[in-house]
Design a binder for this molecule. Structure first.
Ligand SMILES: [Zn+2]
Length: 64
């Protein structure tokens, strides 16, 4: 199919950018936000570094 064409820009196009610093994150665009690490609803995706700086995000949210 079109795998050959997509491979070139894989890192740029398939992964979301950090809304804070603009770096490419580890979160795939195709991945549902519920399964992402560092995604802030209403804000967007954060990279690993920025996730560490945001209090509470790195820890699993308690489910009551
Ligand atoms: Zn960042």
């Amino acid at each position: 199919m079109s795998q050959e064409l997509l491979r070139e820009s894989d890192t740029d196009s398939d992964y979301d950018r950090c809304v804070s610093c603009g770096k490419i994150t580890q979160a795939k665009r195709a991945e549902h936000i519920n399964y992402r690490v560092g995604y802030i609803e209403g804000a967007g995706q954060l990279c690993f570094d920025c996730t560490q700086q945001v209090e509470g995000i790195a820890q699993p949210l308690p489910t009551i």
